[in-house]
Ligand binder design. Structure first.
Ligand code: NAD
Ligand code: 0WE
Length: 258
């Protein structure tokens, strides 16, 4: 049985009710986990209110601002986790960002600044969050991140995000190797395209979704709930022998060559 009762789970990356992180948070909650939620703060606090109202039914015992580009804010998150929970069992890393201009046109036009931003927010952030979490994972733990096929193969316009996902997937392996002796497992889920705030801002996403619906073995795309179920599995003892892996939750699309 998939049972996460007594587990403390820190979930990053919820922006709205379409977020993959929201799908994951709901499944972790359904499996009995105690939730902590971080959100990206903005000047007007509109984002905070929206996410706070959304997650309220899941009774998170922690609700904290965390811009992963802000080291002090990351430190404050883990200080609060230590004070409130004493230990953490699960870390969900479910965030990415590249400048919009860098997700269209020629990849060779990517600026140094754009490259750094994408890699910093989308890949380095897993390293810094894992560093904060590992000392609090005193009973072992599970770290799960979200990746995409564009980090392994060329997907038109994914551009610098593909390089960030390639780095993220190697972060998974190096972290799994380092943290394994402490019984901390680190895995990634490579999700197929899903309509979310981030993906809907991308030109042509609907065409990509239709392509997957025609070509993927299951002849459809996947849902936030299906990704959430896979995450719950990777966070539970059912996957106790699995670390350093990328699990494709993509309706089978990745196996196809033609
Ligand atoms: P989303 O827009 O709902 O989530 C992205 C999150 O990143 C948001 O909550 C946003 O606040 C957060 N974020 C951005 N910059 C941040 C920063 N500096 N500090 C902290 N948080 C920051 O979109 P999503 O599609 O749910 O994306 C979640 C993850 O899933 C991403 O890693 C994305 O690459 C991955 N993914 C998405 C798809 C898809 O098709 N939607 C497919 C595969 C993988
Ligand atoms: O990882 C992602 C989305 C990542 C993303 C999206 C945006 C749009 C808005 C990162 N940064 C931004 N910045 C913005 O300003 N996906 C896997 C979804 C996605 O994005 C694509 C895709 C797919 C699929 C971009 C191009 C091609 C395909």
């Amino acid at each position: 049985m998939l049972d996460l009762t007594g587990k403390n789970a820190l979930v990053t990356g919820i922006a709205n009710n379409r977020s993959i992180a929201w799908g994951i948070a709901q499944q972790l909650h359904a499996a009995g986990a105690n939730l902590g939620v971080t959100y990206l703060p903005d000047d007007k606090g509109k984002f905070e209110k929206k996410v706070r109202d959304l997650v309220e039914p899941l009774n998170p015992s922690l609700f904290l601002p965390c811009n992963v580009q802000n080291d002090a804010q990351v430190d404050e998150v883990f200080a609060a986790v230590k004070e409130k929970w004493g230990k953490v069992d699960i870390l969900i890393h479910c965030l990415a960002f590249a400048n919009r201009d860098d997700l269209t046109g020629d990849f060779s036009n990517t600026s140094r600044q754009g490259y750094q931003t994408a890699l910093d927010i989308s890949a380095y952030s897993l390293v810094t969050l894992a560093k904060g979490a590992k000392d609090l994972m005193t009973d072992g733990g599970s770290i799960v991140t979200l990746t995409y096929l564009g980090g392994v193969r060329v997907v038109p316009n994914y551009n610098v995000m593909g390089i960030a996902k390639a780095a993220l997937e190697m972060n998974v392996k190096y972290l799994a190797s380092e943290l394994g002796p402490q019984q901390i497992r680190v895995n990634g889920i490579s999700a197929g395209p899903i309509r979310t705030l981030a993906s809907s801002a991308v030109g042509g996403i609907l065409d990509m979704i239709h392509h997957v619906e025609e070509v993927a073995p299951l002849r459809r795309t996947v849902t936030q709930q299906e990704v959430g179920n896979a995450a719950a599995f990777l966070c539970s003892d059912l996957s106790s022998g699995v670390t350093g892996q990328i699990l494709y939750v993509d309706a089978g699309y990745e196996i196809m060559g033609m």
